[in-house]
Write a new protein. Structure first.
Length: 237
C-alpha cells in the first residue's frame, strides 16, 4: 500500500490555486457559494451522495446569514449538489480546474479512523461511512474546513451557547450537549456529541466573504485545490 497522505499533503496538481465558486448576484442581492460534490468508493451510493449534499446545504443555509459588500446587503446562499461517480478516474481529480468541484471517497474503513479533508481550504477528502451515519453534521463540519475554517482554539465551551459547526469531537461542553448528560466532563460520554453542532452566523462571518475579489463576471473563488485521489485503503487488522 502507498504511504498515507496527511491532511496537509498536496499532490497531483502543479499549482496551488484557489477554489469553491462564489457568485455575486446584484439584481437579487445574493451571494451564492456553488459546491458540487462527486463521491466515489465502495461505500458511496447515489442515495448517500444526495443526502450528504442536502445535509451540507441545510446546515449552512440555516443561519439565513447576510453580509455587507460595498455598502449593500447580500443574502448568503449555499448551493450544494451531490453526485455518485463509481467510475471516477484519478486524472479527473488531479487535473480538475473547475473551482466548484469537490471529490470525496467514502469507505467503511478510514486510514485515520475518522473522516478528514486534505487541508484547510481544499477540494478533496475522505469520509468514514460510520461518521456520516452517526450524524448529519459530519459532512457540514468537513465542508467548513474545505472552505477555509479551522477548529476553534478554545475547546472548553461550558457555559456558552449552542456549539458552532467547527467544534471537534472531544470538546468540553454543557451536559445537555454531551453524549451522556450524566457523564463527568472529559470522561467517557462527557464530551460534545456532534449532533448538537450548528452552523451559526459567526461561522459565516469567519469566512470573510466581504474580502473576496470578484472578476468582471461577478465570480470569486474560496479555498484551495488539493486534487488528491484517495486509494481504497485496506484495513491491516
Amino acid at each position: 500500500m502507498k504511504p498515507l497522505p496527511t491532511c496537509n499533503t498536496i499532490i497531483g496538481h502543479p499549482d496551488h490555486q484557489t477554489m469553491a465558486s462564489v457568485q455575486l448576484l446584484s439584481a437579487t442581492h445574493q451571494l451564492i457559494i456553488h459546491s458540487h460534490f462527486y463521491f466515489y468508493g465502495t461505500a458511496a451510493s447515489e442515495v448517500l451522495a444526495k443526502q450528504i449534499a442536502t445535509d451540507i446545504e441545510q446546515h449552512w443555509n440555516e443561519p439565513n446569514a447576510t453580509i455587507q459588500y460595498k455598502g449593500k446587503i447580500y443574502e448568503v446562499v449555499f448551493d450544494v449538489k451531490g453526485f455518485y461517480d463509481p467510475q471516477l478516474q484519478p486524472e479527473t481529480v488531479w487535473y480538475n480546474t473547475d473551482p466548484k468541484l469537490f471529490f470525496f471517497r467514502i469507505e467503511e474503513y478510514s486510514p485515520l479512523d475518522i473522516s478528514f479533508v486534505d487541508g484547510i481550504g481544499s477540494n478533496t477528502g475522505f469520509f468514514k461511512l460510520s461518521n456520516l451515519l452517526q450524524t448529519s453534521t459530519t459532512a457540514a463540519h468537513e465542508y467548513g474546513h474545505m472552505i477555509g475554517l479551522h477548529h476553534p482554539q478554545q475547546l472548553d465551551i461550558r457555559g456558552q451557547k449552542t456549539p458552532g459547526i467547527m467544534y471537534p469531537r472531544g470538546t468540553l461542553c454543557d451536559p445537555h450537549f454531551q453524549y451522556d448528560p450524566s457523564a463527568t466532563p472529559g470522561q467517557k460520554g462527557g464530551t460534545l456529541d456532534p449532533k448538537h453542532r450548528k452552523v451559526l452566523t459567526e461561522d459565516i462571518q469567519q469566512l470573510k466573504l466581504h474580502k473576496l475579489n470578484f472578476d468582471d463576471g461577478d465570480f470569486a473563488v474560496l479555498g484551495d485545490f488539493t486534487s488528491i485521489y484517495h486509494a481504497h485503503y485496506l484495513s491491516t487488522e
